[in-house]
Design a protein around this ligand. Structure first.
Ligand code: SF4
Length: 416
């Protein structure tokens, strides 16, 4: 009987994809969803903050209690930052690095303890896709990052940016489009850097994808301001572009951007956002609240600027310390309670901005219905705003056109 493998995944979407790759490559082993009956437990770990490290460590210890016969193998980002230590202390049986995922079948056959960390230049041969229902698909197009933001450990555990060959991506999209997928979301560690290493860029990739029959809408997980070139801006009038862009600013006070070793600055960010918003786009961003050095004065400057920016969506994160990053060494840390208050102030401000945007953009919406709950269908419009639709027909996974949505503070509503 083949040995049973249980996968435990921590962290971001990329890690979820990586687990999928490992599962697909298990040939002589079977998969189990019960960790207590597993012969091998593969922990696909995350190391983004100190907290993430301790969750992984806690989980590994819990396996020792629940199923002491299982061999524990650590994979993922934590293999690169903490793998050696875990192995030396005898807390895991083996360590495998990112580049080793596709060799998992032979790695799991190891009879003795191993440390197979590989390199950080490898790019997987498999194009991974994640599906939301039968209509939207996430496609991972690149791996790694060339930036060195002060708070981030990712480049040290995932390596520099490298891209999947365009032919492989297009092949996958063609397959999915012919199976009825209409919306594609491009993802990766730093998606906007797609193509830099192979003489291409994200705009060229999008143009090629748009030519595939059946592709209706393209979204990009996240972009950096400096990645938005004139060639990219020209795409904004194309009908296949979702009318929402997520552009990571991380902060709006210039001194904070300097502490964070970011490559953007507020003046050019504002110009860029105004240009894109004038084309009718909704705009989202990432923002780190409470990063070391964020004094009351700098916070005030940042929030005043947020008011100025045409923002409609936000992913606000409260800073969390990561040892071995430059940010962890900055002395002026922000008190947790203050960071929490700032987080709230920021998210409420964007909620209001989003509501104002929806009041003006509630007509002729193109919705892709994703799910249904309590008699209401839920989907997103082209501006990435949520809508709940009442209907007597079965709308699941359908594209629908809504003439006019009713705008409430919590969501848009419509009857179809
Ligand atoms: S852009 Fe900055 S925050 Fe994002 S992965 Fe790269 S280094 Fe980390």
């Amino acid at each position: 009987m083949s040995k049973k493998v249980y996968f435990k995944t921590f962290g971001c979407r990329t890690n979820q994809y990586d687990t999928q790759i490992m599962i697909n490559k298990l040939k002589e082993f079977s998969l189990t969803f019960n960790e207590e009956e597993a012969d091998i437990v593969v922990v696909n770990s995350c190391t983004v903050t100190n907290g993430a490290d301790s969750s992984v460590r806690g989980y590994i210890n819990s396996i020792g209690r629940k199923n002491s016969n299982a061999k524990v193998i650590v994979a993922g980002c934590g293999a690169h930052s903490k793998g050696k230590e875990l192995l030396d202390k005898g807390q895991v049986f083996g360590v495998m690095g990112h580049s080793e995922k596709e060799n998992i079948n032979s790695i799991l056959k190891n009879e003795s303890s191993f440390y197979q960390i590989g390199d950080l230049e490898h790019i997987d041969n498999t194009v991974v896709s994640e599906f939301i229902g039968k209509s939207r698909a996430f496609i991972k197009v690149q791996e790694g990052c060339d930036f060195r933001c002060s708070y981030c450990i990712i480049p040290y555990v995932r390596g520099n940016a490298r891209s999947l060959p365009i032919s492989q991506i297009l092949e996958q999209i063609k397959k999915l489009a012919s199976n009825g997928f209409g919306e594609f979301i491009l993802t990766g560690t730093n998606v906007g850097s797609y193509g830099k290493d192979i003489g291409l860029n994200i705009a060229k990739l999008i143009k090629e994808i748009s030519k595939v029959r059946g592709v209706r809408r393209i979204r990009i997980g996240s972009l950096e301001p400096i990645q938005i070139t004139d060639e990219f801006l020209e795409l904004l009038d194309e009908p296949f572009m979702a009318k929402h862009l997520h552009i990571a600013l991380q902060h709006t006070a210039d001194k904070m951007l300097m502490y964070m070793n970011r490559r953007n600055s507020y003046k050019s960010d504002l110009e860029l956002f105004e240009k894109i918003a004038s084309k009718g786009y909704a705009l989202g961003t990432d923002f780190i609240v409470g990063h070391p050095g964020e004094s009351g004065e700098l916070w005030q400057e940042a929030i005043d600027r947020i008011k100025e920016l045409p923002l409609t969506h936000i992913h606000a994160f409260t800073y969390s310390k990561r040892d071995n990053t430059p940010s962890a060494k900055i002395k002026e840390q922000v008190n947790g309670k203050i960071a929490k208050e700032r987080h709230k102030e920021l998210t409420q401000l964007i909620k209001e901005k989003n509501y104002q945007f929806r009041l003006k953009n509630n007509k002729n919406l193109t919705i892709l219905i994703e799910s249904q709950k309590d008699g209401l269908y839920r989907g997103y419009d082209e501006f990435y705003n949520n809508i709940l639709v009442k209907s007597n027909s079965d709308l699941t996974h359908n594209w629908i056109l809504v003439d006019e949505a009713k705008v409430e503070r919590d969501s848009n509503y419509a009857t179809y």
